[in-house]
Design a protein around this ligand. Structure first.
Ligand SMILES: Nc1ncnc2c1ncn2[C@@H]1O[C@H](COP(=O)(O)OP(=O)(O)OP(=O)(O)O)[C@@H](O)[C@H]1O
Length: 649
């Protein structure tokens, strides 16, 4: 204790001295301040103000604040100077490139980055179950197989989990021995604060060729990642094109049409794309339009999908019935199409006929078109006819008139298709089930140059669909056939054409399955033979055929040789009535016998019979409704008359 007291006595004088010094300093400062104030006051300040100032300066905390402001100001200036010097250095030694999320180049860069090892090793990540497009710019986690053989997907969403480096973080990597930093940011912009992704790339070089090389490489990587896929774009509510998905290309050989149609379409489109100069020299607008019309479920959308894949064109879906679409936004959309692309307008008649052929509860055509192009299994199982359309594409006939939210007028569409703003180099495909309702102005060459009719399935198509479906290699690839097989196939094709020519002579009408614009008559003068044909509706009802999930098991697949499949296909075709069922319904039927071609042939006659009966029933119902409707409209809404008519019916 005595020791501590002694120590305190030692320290105390020291403390006393320090305090004395501080007080002296403070008094000196006070004196200085007072002197300063007196000086100023002596010059101009009124006595009240000078006394206030002297009071303020006598407060030590204020002096400390002043010191802090001076020191803080100094450091802030240093920081700004450093940042200015840094920016100058960056500007003079680095190249800075910005990639906007809306631009395809952003996608190229993201795909390229996803292939860089540094991207996968990053430790600051954003986890998501998003697929980030089919190009997969994300690192996919956990699709290893567990013991049960199932992928370890997120059980609630059935999606795989993936990650991408977090936004607003800077990542560095080396590119061609150059240091490079990458920052992905998310910025809100526009009136509605829509989020925009931006990629900032800094490369330590002054050589523009490095950036160019990087871009080329990124584009190549993107194309390689796209291998066998095509991108599908739709317009968002701001009329900007957005890539909604990419789908695997569909091989053209998987679509069975009457001989010549696929070649005609593909060759024509190929020829068009290669003849830009020819068009320019003659002053003809470099655009080509195809109108595919006819029975629902006959392969119109599928063939467009395949052609886009063959020509390596992305598909841009223009939905004329989109809510909020008007003439000017349609014009903007069409003029914003890229130079080489395939624009698709599905059900072109629906926009002007208020859904003449569509069900009330049908989803937005935009969505419908995308999902159709996805080629979903569900779609395959039910056949296209599950959407409720009959073979004439006339919907459910319930008399209700669906309203579309679109405000596009015919003249607006005509202008968009070949007005001044219309994009050069684009290929337009339009489809309709109701050819006769189209305005001749819409169908004239220049807008729709080639009109191709898709009919209900012929025996030839039924046979080849069967072969494709059950061929052990998946697709009956004609290029892999030996000479004998090729000869046989050619004979079959000729027979098919011969049959058509014969029928043409008999009936005086062409049944070639397609007609070009030069052959086709105006839609107002002739109704499509298919649409007016009394064929029965083509509803595929998988339930109607005997079906149990276990029967479709691959494990139970019967083994058939190509020869057997061929012979079965002939029997199958014999049982299918000519031009009465859609290809989609045939496909739907075959789906119920996925691995049992023998049973498919055995039961086909029964199925056809059932389909006929169901179709007759539907036709009767429809006729009854038609009668009722016509009396209703002519009676001016008289309830009494309607009741009488129903009774009569
Ligand atoms: N000619 C065909 N060859 C092979 N499959 C076909 C053919 N026609 C239709 N399909 C099958 O039927 C389904 C529906 O076809 P798709 O959507 O192309 O018909 P669509 O004519 O466009 O019908 P819609 O007029 O109703 O739009 C697809 O799954 C497709 O595989």
């Amino acid at each position: 204790m005595a020791f501590y007291i002694e120590q305190l006595q030692h320290v105390f004088p020291g403390l006393q001295a320090t305090l004395q010094n501080a007080t002296n300093a403070s008094t000196m400062a006070n004196d200085t301040a007072t002197g300063l104030i007196e000086n100023i006051a002596g010059q101009a300040l009124p006595p009240e103000l000078s006394s206030l100032l002297s009071l303020l300066f006598s407060m030590t905390s204020l002096r400390d604040w002043l010191k802090l402001i001076v020191i803080g100001g100094f450091f802030e200036s240093c920081r700004r100077l450093f940042s200015w010097v840094y920016t100058k250095i960056m500007e003079s030694f680095y190249m800075h490139a910005t990639f906007d999320g809306d631009d395809p180049s952003y996608e190229w860069m993201m795909v390229w980055l996803s292939k860089q090892p540094a991207w996968a090793k990053t430790r600051d990540v954003e986890i998501s179950t998003e697929t980030y497009g089919a190009n997969n710019t994300a690192v996919i986690v956990g699709d290893d197989e567990d013991e049960s053989g199932l992928s370890q997907f997120d059980s609630t969403t059935s999606r795989s989990i993936s990650y991408v480096p977090s936004p607003s973080k800077t990542y560095s990597l080396w590119y061609k021995r150059r240091y490079m930093t990458i920052t992905r940011t998310r910025e809100k912009e526009g009136r509605y604060n829509q989020v925009d992704n931006i990629l900032h790339v800094n490369i330590l070089t002054r050589d523009h060729r490095v950036l160019l090389q990087l871009l080329k490489e990124a584009r190549k990587t993107y194309i390689a990642a796209q291998d066998n896929k095509l991108s599908i774009y739709t317009a968002d509510s701001y009329n900007d094109w957005r890539r909604v998905t990419s789908r695997p290309k569909r091989s053209l050989s998987s679509i069975v049409l009457d001989p010549g149609i696929k070649d005609l379409l593909l060759e024509d489109a190929r020829d068009f794309l290669a003849s830009k100069q020819w068009y320019n020299e003659r002053g003809i607008p470099f655009r080509r339009g195809y109108l595919l019309y006819g029975a629902p479920g006959s392969g119109k959308t599928s063939v467009i999908h395949s052609i886009a894949g063959e020509l390596e064109l992305d598909i841009y879906i223009i939905s004329l019935s989109r809510i909020g679409l008007d003439d000017s936004s349609l014009n903007t959309l069409v003029s914003n199409l890229p130079e080489r692309c395939l624009a698709l307008m599905e059900d072109i008649d629906a926009a002007f006929t208020n859904g003449l052929s569509r069900d009330l509860d049908e989803p937005d055509l935009d969505e419908a078109a995308v999902s159709k192009l996805k080629g979903e299994e569900e779609d395959l199982q039910n056949g296209r006819d599950s959407n409720g359309k009959d073979s004439n594409g006339n919907g459910n006939g319930n008399g209700n008139t669906p309203t579309t939210g679109s405000r596009v007028t015919l003249s607006g569409l005509l202008n968009a298709l070949d007005g001044i703003g219309a994009q050069e180099g684009r290929i337009l495909f339009a489809t309709t089930n109701n050819y006769s309702s189209l305005d001749p102005a819409l169908c004239r060459p220049g807008r729709m140059d080639l009109h191709i009719e898709f009919k209900l399935a012929s025996k030839y198509q039924a046979k080849w669909l069967f072969r494709q479906f059950y061929h052990p290699a998946g697709v009956f690839d004609q290029s892999l056939m030996n000479d004998d097989e090729k000869e046989e196939t050619q004979k079959e094709e000729e027979d098919s054409e011969g049959l058509q020519v014969k029928r043409e002579k008999e009936t005086g009408s062409s049944d070639s399955g397609y007609s070009s614009s030069s052959e086709s008559s105006s839609p107002t003068t002739t109704s499509s033979p298919v649409l007016s044909s009394p064929s029965f509706p083509v509803s595929s009802s998988p339930q109607s055929a005997s079906f149990s999930p276990s029967q479709t098991s691959r494990a139970l697949a019967e083994k058939y040789s190509v020869k057997q499949i061929k012979s079965l296909s002939n029997d199958f075709a014999k049982a299918i009535p000519e031009r009465q069922l859609s290809m989609a319904s045939l496909q739907g039927y075959l789906m119920t016998y996925k691995t049992r071609p023998g049973d498919a042939v055995k039961n086909v006659a029964k199925w056809v019979q059932k389909e006929k009966e169901a179709a007759l029933l539907r036709q009767k119902k429809k006729a009854g409704r038609g009668k009722k409707g016509s009396v209703k409209s002519s009676s001016g809404g008289g309830e009494e008359k309607e009741e009488t008519n129903t009774k009569e019916g």
